[in-house]
Design a protein. Structure first.
Length: 153
């Protein structure tokens, strides 16, 4: 197997880890909005840390392997429009994902510090967290479409 094939395989594996983490977060967001009780919320926040290393490591590795692929490729250059768009979307995904994580971390801290159940559930069901998560998913889908179809290549 060639070096390029290895880098492509690792790039796709890293992207899959990000996708898996986003699926886990999506299940937690939907489940938290539907069956919100204080105990259920605490359970969700105990499961959520599984996805954090997946999305963190996957995001960094997908960028590293993607840049290596662009440099080593005979067909593409790092300054191709679709690659620059991918890097911009990657940064946007990280920024929105960080805000989403901060929102749910605040809800988690409120739940663990003995906050009133009604307040915790209200924050969990508030549209802010769900909209931030949907924005994260939308940017991820745009990033996938950019990588699959390579517009302008």
């Amino acid at each position: 197997m060639s070096f390029y094939a290895w880098m492509l395989s690792l790039h796709l594996l890293a992207a899959f880890s990000v996708a898996a983490a986003l699926v886990l977060y999506s299940v937690l967001v939907v489940s938290g909005r539907r069956r919100a009780t204080l105990e259920h919320t605490r359970l969700l926040f105990r499961v959520a840390p599984i996805a954090t290393p997946l999305i963190a490591a996957g995001s960094v590795l997908v960028l590293i392997f993607g840049i290596i692929l662009a440099i080593k490729s005979d067909r593409f250059e790092i300054w191709n429009g679709w690659i620059i768009a991918g890097i911009i979307l990657w940064a946007l995904l990280g920024a929105i994902g960080q805000r989403t994580g901060a929102y749910y971390t605040a809800v988690q801290e409120l739940a663990e510090s003995g906050g009133a159940e009604q307040e915790v559930i209200a924050r969990l069901r508030a549209p802010t967290g769900a909209l931030l998560h949907l924005a994260t998913l939308a940017v991820f889908v745009l990033l996938l479409l950019d990588m699959i179809f390579k517009p302008g290549a």
